[in-house]
Design a protein around this ligand. Structure first.
Ligand code: FE
Length: 356
């Protein structure tokens, strides 16, 4: 047990030093917590890997004097690390790129509630944990794209439910059921339609695929633009990133597809979040809360969301011309915790439906 802990501490220390370029002499992780200057540092575990987030973290340090030590990793290993570290974890703030993982961290008891008037006011109720263990800090809509040369805008599917219609047989692309974005989408359908209709829907969609799922959301868009299928389901920022790309061929891909925000005449489009939370054993709790509050301040929202062409969670923040060009839409008001909690059932349903 002790060996495991000291090994982890050494590893965490190594990673933090790698990330920050601090000299090894500081012994950051080996210092007893109480001797750390209150609020002087913040240890961030982040599943986001966007260069544009760097400026944002630097700005926080400039504003508050709180220095950020960051560990970047894939979301599942980050949550596993937090769990393995237990009450000796140096983690103050956890950031994930979907509601599913941050809710899993909550269920594992790795987070603590934060009562903050700033966060409660800035983050819409459906984008945060009802018990205040995590908060959406940016959002992304899961939308339908279609090949404009093959499908008239008026003939494109208008609802997620329409994707199961046999008339789209062999014409749809979507990434694998193993990906949490799809599990969250199906989790939202479970809440709206119940298990039987959702399973029938998943069977219909799996039967309509143009090919077995492979690649990420961008690959589905490229497949549709190339005419390998007529329709795909992706998160908005992948499309907007292609629109804003420096590469002409990316912009050409984006120009070939049109977008539908699904379910506008009923419950609204499914949205997922990038979420932030204070770790249960955060050594620098005060700094952690400050950091989450900073992330939802309008200037931070602009950088944080726009760097990856996501939507800010805070209303009234200015969007890029490309993001603005998608237009406004009605979003599903289902609380993100609900679809996140439907994750296991969603995965079982997709498995039974033959969605690879
Ligand atoms: Fe993504």
């Amino acid at each position: 047990m002790t060996d495991t802990h000291s090994h982890l501490e050494a590893e965490v220390k190594r990673r933090i030093l790698m990330t920050t370029g601090l000299s090894a002499g500081l012994g950051l992780m080996l210092m007893p917590r109480r001797s750390q200057a209150q609020g002087a540092t913040l240890n961030l575990y982040s599943a986001r890997h966007y260069n544009t987030d760097e400026a944002l973290y630097g700005n926080f340090a400039d504003l508050t004097g709180i220095k950020i030590n960051r560990i970047d990793a894939e979301p599942d290993p980050l949550v596993e690390r937090l769990k393995a570290e237990g009450d000796r974890s140096p983690c103050d703030v956890l950031i994930t790129t979907d509601a599913g993982r941050i809710e899993r961290a909550r269920q594992l008891g790795l987070l603590q509630p934060v009562s903050s008037a700033v966060l409660a006011k800035a983050v819409p109720a459906h984008l945060r944990d009802p018990d205040n263990n995590w908060f959406g800090v940016s959002k992304r809509a899961r939308v339908i794209l279609f090949n404009k040369a093959k499908v008239a805008a008026s003939a494109a599917p208008q609802n997620y439910e329409d994707l199961a219609d046999p008339k789209w047989k062999g014409k749809i692309l979507i990434r694998s059921s193993g990906h949490i974005y799809n599990q969250s989408l199906v989790g939202s359908l479970l809440a709206a339609l119940g298990p039987e209709k959702t399973e029938a829907w998943a069977k219909g969609v799996a039967g309509n695929l143009a090919r077995p799922p492979r690649g990420g959301d961008t690959d589905q868009i490229k497949g549709v633009a190339a005419g390998e299928a007529e329709i795909c389901i992706v998160n908005t920022y992948y499309y907007v990133t292609l629109m804003r790309s420096k590469k002409a061929e990316d912009r050409e891909v984006a120009a070939k597809v049109g977008l539908v925000f699904p379910n506008q005449s009923n419950r609204g489009t499914h949205v997922n979040i990038s979420g932030g939370a204070v770790a249960k054993h955060a050594p620098n709790r005060e700094a952690a809360v400050k950091f989450l509050e900073y992330l939802v301040s309008p200037p931070a929202q602009k950088y944080f969301a726009e760097g990856n062409s996501e939507y800010p969670v805070v209303a009234g923040v200015e969007l890029s011309a490309e993001l603005k060009s998608l237009g406004t839409f009605k979003e599903d008001q289902l609380n993100a915790r609900v679809y996140a909690q439907n994750n296991a059932e969603a995965l079982k349903i997709m498995d039974r439906a033959g969605w690879k």
